[in-house]
Structures are given as C-alpha cells and as structure tokens.
Ligand binder design. Structure first.
Ligand code: IYR
Length: 222
C-alpha cells in the first residue's frame, strides 16, 4: 500500500464564495447559546450518532483519537448522575468556590440544582483516554490528550448546533463519579458532561452574560 495518497476530497471555493461561506457560518454559529432549561422531547438516536461521527473526525495527537463518548439515555443512570453532580455542586456553591469565582458566575444564575440532568434526552459524558488498551492487553500511550478531546468536543457542539440541537457543556467538578456510575476504566477521565436536546418551550438565557469579545481583543495580526 502507498504511504501517501492524493488529497482528492479537498474542496476549494472561489473567493467570493469563500467570503459568503465564512460569513454565513459565523452568523449561524453566533446564534449558538448554552442553555440550562431543556425540553424532554425525544431526539432520534441516529442524529446523535451522526454528530458523534462528526466529532470523531477531529484531529488528534498522532491520530490516536483519545476520546470516549458515553451517551446516557437511561433514566435510572441519569438520576444517579444528578444525585452525584448536585452533591458536588452543593459543596462548590457553599464554601468550596472562592467568592471571585461565584461573582464571575453570578450573571449566569447557576446554582446547585441541576434538573436538566434528568430532563434532557441525552447526557454525553466525554472522556479523555491517557492510553488505549489493545485486545491483547498491551497499552498504547496517547499524546496531547486534553487538546485532542477539546477539539472533538468543540466539533461535537458545532455539529449538534448545525442540526438544531442545543447543548450545555456542564463540568461538575470533580467528575470522578462518572467513572463509577458509567463503569469506565481508570485510563479514562471525564472532561465534559454534555447535555443535549431541544430547549424548553419557555427557555430563557442570561441577558447579562458577557458579550463575545470583538476581533481586536481576541486576535492579533503581526
Ligand atoms: N460547575 C458549576 C459551576 C460553574 C462553573 C463554571 I467556570 C461555569 O461556566 C458554569 C458553572 C455548575 O455547573 O453550576
């Protein structure tokens, strides 16, 4: 087999079309908002599967794809996650978090109650794998694990938004309880618990959430 093959799937666009596509994508992704009030309306599983395939196309260190997505639909499991997450959050909001952090969160209106964990149709726990284990028991080390899983998570929330699904990147901390409840091995560490579904009919979002920074504050051209 050849070591290299032509990149025949690459697609170039005329400059005007490039501009239109860049602008159209920006406007569409700029509508994405994190929500915390979900509907219990079901979402067909095949749509989630396709979005996960999209997430799995993300680049990763040595293309080792050090991620594992655990999709939770089972209500009893969601309830266990809710109990454990709310326990962590209770500590967070009642003493563990420094005042500066609580002040930063104030515009979001968050607290220790996480009803969305049993209301939304899907919880997707995103795990980072420090190494993979081959069927014969040998271990294969992964590289740039957190960076790689961050890229896959970003691709996933973009894919979900693209098909009209809302998401919340929830990070109860620490998330060790997910290993136990979801029966994951010790080479896996939960990075994000993604909540996925439709917004509730009366879903509201924080009006005081910080505006996105303008280009001259987020980018420097040299
Ligand atoms: N994990 C807590 C607190 C929290 C922290 C950050 I940083 C946020 O952006 C939002 C919330 C919670 O989920 O309430």
């Amino acid at each position: 087999m050849e070591k290299f093959i032509p990149h025949s799937q690459y697609q170039e666009y005329p400059l005007e079309e490039m501009r239109e596509r860049a602008q159209a994508f920006y406007e569409d992704i700029n509508r994405r908002r994190t929500i915390r009030e979900f509907s219990d309306r079901p979402v067909p599983r095949d749509i989630i599967e396709t979005c996960l395939l999209a997430a799995g196309t993300a680049p990763s260190g040595a293309n080792l794809q050090p991620w594992q997505f655990v999709v939770v639909e089972d209500m009893a499991t969601k309830e266990r996650i809710k109990v454990a997450a709310e326990e962590e959050e209770r500590e967070f909001y009642n003493g563990k978090a420094p005042q500066e952090w609580l002040d930063a969160l104030e515009p979001l209106g968050t607290d220790e109650h996480k009803d969305f964990l049993t209301i939304a149709p899907y919880l997707i726990a995103i795990f980072a794998k420090s190494y993979d284990e081959l069927p014969d028991g040998r271990k294969v080390k992964n590289y740039y694990v957190t960076e790689s899983v961050g890229l896959a998570a970003g691709t996933l929330i973009t894919a979900l938004h693209n098909c009209g699904l809302a998401s919340l990147t929830h990070t109860p901390s620490p998330m060790g309880f997910l290993n136990e409840i979801l029966d994951r091995p010790k080479n896996e560490r939960a990075l994000i618990l993604l909540i996925v579904g439709y917004p509730a009919d009366d879903c509201e979002i924080p009006s005081k959430a910080k505006e996105k920074k303008p280009l001259d504050q987020i980018a420097t051209f040299i």
